[in-house]
Each structure stands twice: as structure tokens, then as C-alpha cells.
Design a protein around this ligand. Sequence first.
Ligand SMILES: [Zn+2]
Ligand SMILES: [Zn+2]
Length: 335
Amino acid sequence: MYGKDDVRVEERERPAIVEPTDAILRVTASCICGSDLWPYRGLDATAQPTPMGHEYVGVVEEVGADVRSVKVGDFVVGSFFASDNTCEICASGYQTHCVQRQPGAASGGQSEYLRVPLADGTLVATPGMPDADLVPSLLAASDVLGTGWFAAVAAEAGPGKTVAVVGDGAVGLLGVLAAKQLGAERIIAMSRHADRQQLAREFGATDIVTERGDEGVTRIKELTGGLGAHSTIEAVGTQEAMMQAIRATRAGGHVGYVGVSHDVSLPGLELFFSGVHLHGGPAPVRRFLPELIELIWNRTIDPGKVFDLTLPLEEAAEGYRAMDSRRAIKVLLQP
Ligand SMILES: [Zn+2]
Ligand SMILES: [Zn+2]
């Protein structure tokens, strides 16, 4: 990423083991994240050319001397921050806030090879080599599915609950899938795009709301006997989306927010009187990886459906354009 509207595919040095806890992966599939669009649109500054990509699956090529849980030849799924998975914060399920957390794994995944720090804590091996049709779903687990899942868990989606989902990008759509898996009774997806509404329904949405902002809130209230949703997933990160999520939630309900916050500021008095729980942030995908891999492996869920465009890695720039213009929901890059 060179800056606004400027993505180039270039030869870089092949990564090598630096720390004895590192692993080197041959990346078999990577993808473009909605969060990659913030710098692409110039909304996050890019000071210098930055290797992109934090969602990846691949085969372990090499491990450092201290790596124990993954070995050369394993097919692995990683999470977007490297974590040791042993400190108190990791043990409590918040690996994205690990005391040793490193964004190392969060940079350079859109490539042929990737160095992953803290490999034992960060990577999870699949039961074997996956069939080709499982690869997109396993790739989704590395961020968008894990993030949508965390949002649903943070929003306390579950049996008997009505879940509203703000945002129809890949994370919001997989938040729908997660809410369904967690047993939600009713799932209201907020979307104005026919193709995304269709996928939301396939993933388990029972209602679609096309209105946004205050009108969207009114519509959710109408659908929930005037009370609002029990659980709301916020998967956008803007002021409008966050306020829409809070206002669409009933008193005592929960908002799970996973859209990377951009200039969101919360009015304290409104929050005070809302009686709504807020929980979210960068999803601890690593917490959920073993469970998600199992659900994908036994073909219970098919989150890979969010990838509606696959391109060779060399055409990454076209992938960014397709996502930026919303021609594609999510782009898979094949090295
Ligand atoms: Zn991502
Ligand atoms: Zn940790």
C-alpha cells in the first residue's frame, strides 16, 4: 500500500525466522479486509509503502527452535495479531490484548510467504490437508468469521434473542451466521443491497431492514414490540452505525461492536440513560479458532460464501478497486 488508491504487487525479500518462536508460512490463500480500505481511501495515513494483509491460511515451511505445537507441513489458520496464548489476558480469552501481542502477523499476509511470530500461540493446525473447497471458509475464520462470531458473543446472541446486525459487509454477514449458530430466534440484517440481503438470508437472517440511521432504529423498534433488539452487532465503525446500534438495542440489551472505530464519540448522557451494555474491540479470533475450524471441517457452516471474487495475487490492485466500489463483498487473493 503506497497510499490512497495506490496498491502495487512487488517482489520483497522472502521472510526468514527471526525469533525461535517464529514460523514461516507458504500462504495458500489470503484476502482483502474491509479495514484495508481505510488506508486505501486515504482515511488512514500511509506514511511509507506498507505490506498489507492480515488474513491468511497456509502451510508451515519452517519453524524456529522453540516452536512446539505446529510443525513443517501443517496446514494452519492464524489470527491477525500474534499472541502467546499463555498470559493471563490470553487465558481469559482476550488474545488480541495479549501482553506479548505483536501486529507482526497482521502485516504482509497478501503475499506468497509470511513470518508469523509466537507461532505456538497464534496458529492452529487443521486436522489434515483441507479439500480445496474448504480453504475459503478456513481463510474466513482467520478474521471475518472470528470477528463476526466475537461480535455475536459480545452481543450475547443466543436462544430466545432477537439480534440486529448493523453493517452488511463480510463481518456483518458472518455476524448473522454466528448469531444463527448461537441459537438466536430472530435475526434482523440491515442492508440495502439485494446480493447482500440474499446472503444474509442464506446465513440465517429472518428479517431485512433497508432503512438506516434513525429510520432504521424506528423500524427495528417496530419489529420488536417497541423495545429494540436484545443483541445488536455493530460491524461498520462510524458514528452513524454506532449510534444506530445503541439506539436499536433495548434497555438491558447488549451491543457487540467490531467495526474499527473511526472518529466515533459517544454522548455520555444518552449512554447513561440507555441501559445498554457495550462490549467489543479487536476480536480475539484465536479464542474461537479451534471451534470454528471444527464447524468448517465437518461442514456445519460455510462462511467462505462471503468471497464473491477470487483473483491471482498479482491482481491485488483490482481486488482493492472491486471492494472499494462495493462490486465485491470480499476478495480472495490466490498467491
Ligand atoms: Zn481483517
Ligand atoms: Zn498472551
